[in-house]
Design a protein around this ligand. Sequence first.
Ligand SMILES: [Zn+2]
Length: 674
Amino acid sequence: MNNPLLEPFDQAPFSKIKNEHFHPAITNAIDLAKKEIDAIVYNTDTPTFENTIAALDYSGYQLDRVSSIFFNLNSAETNEAIQKIAQEVSPLLSEFSNDITLNEGLFKKIKSVYEQKDALGLSTEEETLLNKRYKSFSRNGANLPNDKKQRLREIDTQLAKLKLTFGENLLAETNAFEMHLTNQEDLNGLPDGAKEAASQLAKSKNKEGWLITLDYPSYIPFMKYASNRELRKELALAFGSKGFKGNSLDNQENVLAIAKLRHERANLLGYKTHADFVLEERMAEKPEKVISFLNELQEKAKPAAIKEFKQLEDFAKELDGIGQLEKWDNSYYSEKLKQKLFSLDDELLKPYFKLENVIDGVFKVAEKLFGLQFKEVFNVDKYHEEVKTFEVYDEDQNFVSLFYADFHPRSGKRGGAWMTSFKSQFRKNGEEYRPHVSNVCNFTPSTPTKPSLLTFNEVTTLFHEFGHGLHGMLADTIYPSLSGTSVYWDFVELPSQILENWCYEKETLELFAKHYDTGELIPMDLIQKIKDSASFQEGMATLRQISFAKLDMAWHSNDPTPITNVKSFEKESFEGTNLFPDTPQTCMSTAFAHIFQGGYSSGYYSYKWAEVLDADAFAYFKEHGIFNKVIAKDFKYHVLSKGGTEKPMILYKRFRGTEPKISALLERGGLITA
Ligand SMILES: [Zn+2]
């Protein structure tokens, strides 16, 4: 069989790949990686850093390439066949990675290098790699007796399957729901663009009227603008009950099983809880530190949140006589209140944020800060016609990266926005391998009469994901496993979140925020309003983030064995952070993909943690000019290019000159005054 994934390739050969190529390509790449590892283990020379640690880091290249293509497609352009293959290959992959981490011969060699590390004269990057590799073995049971090693393998296989099922259930729940409206009045309050999109969607499914779905571009405008409170309630309950309906797509058992298996795994390895295990390799280090960090923030944010809630409540009562404010009233009245206070409406801003202009703007920011140039190219193979491709060059015309951008929702794409890559950066034998980075989002698509116009929130999302993208693109390390975004999880959001700050600056908006029709620059009073409104309901938003982070810590920093009821456990965890009445039909945990499907378990706090970092770092830019080239160069050199080659606190201090302080964030959000 002619299989493009079995032949050498640099750019992912999407157009040549058929579904039946994946399984053989992955098994073949696993075999190849096994041979490379055997060559390390059975090498009769004395173990050295080069023949063991470096060789191991360079092994499995083909497998990385093939599996990143496959799993990126499973997120961005999936179908039943791909999901079925994922179910088949996931256990093979976790078995393979367990085979490595439980390979005693290999561990013996690594340990022998590790034990003589002080005598080896290693560079900082080499020492980091050696420590990381040694820990990756010990943290995966290399020092365990055989029966416990066996149990660890069973747990990992089960967890991989459970996480996949959790995600598939969520996607199926999202796709299964539609709210079919045939009465024009039911759309009252919605902006024309949202009405048009709903009508388009109905037409595409051969239906009369309008369709509202649980995809963000459909769901969010409806919750924000639809004046029919009953319909907002119906939609909110559908959204909030994903994986919690007692049907075949229910995630409650999956959540319980995942939490319990994670705890058992941590115990097996000698850690008190899953959070203790995870946080050992984080900037925060201990669950106690995370919890006290969250409590400190909660203490500062709660008084503001209560005040803001009261203000919202009074406003809704005055406007519509609403007695008890419910979850489905939040966006609707918040938007109206925001309009009243700032007369700033998403619809007023959107004409200035045509997608193409925003992309151009983020490229200009990257050029002004880091000297990067983005050149759109049309000869790069892609997995969907909507994907745009760019070549990225530095000031000296050196090739930096390939960049894929995939911006609009499709039925086979999961919700949200993310950065990923099809190829990592590294250097081997003096040869430079440059990365292939991708941003995938779910932005409002164009309609027959309007181009894609982004909400301001979508603009900051684009900058955010692009910030992750820069972390990948500007990577400059020797070893692939330390490259780009391969950093501690509570550090990984710094490059993304800091970039969002530029969206609020006049100097940035002047570069690209031009009316799609008239070309008129965004009026200065709108810019001022964007800034003024940026900290609108900051207390409530902070409290909400804290509630998610605390739910995550509740699941993972205690023994979950006694938990039988997901909903009541969750309710207890939300106490103290809840402003709206609970709705018994909804559940956060059963749709909390970050922690039960993705990699954020015991790590949700890192969003706020990174906000402390980004506010502190951006304050440094503000002080010296937001396009200050010296500071940008330092940020690129000490943070973006360094990946995980050193501990994040060391990198950060080298850039900033001092440890980050919480005050810049509190000031930025108006929770304290400077
Ligand atoms: Zn992010």
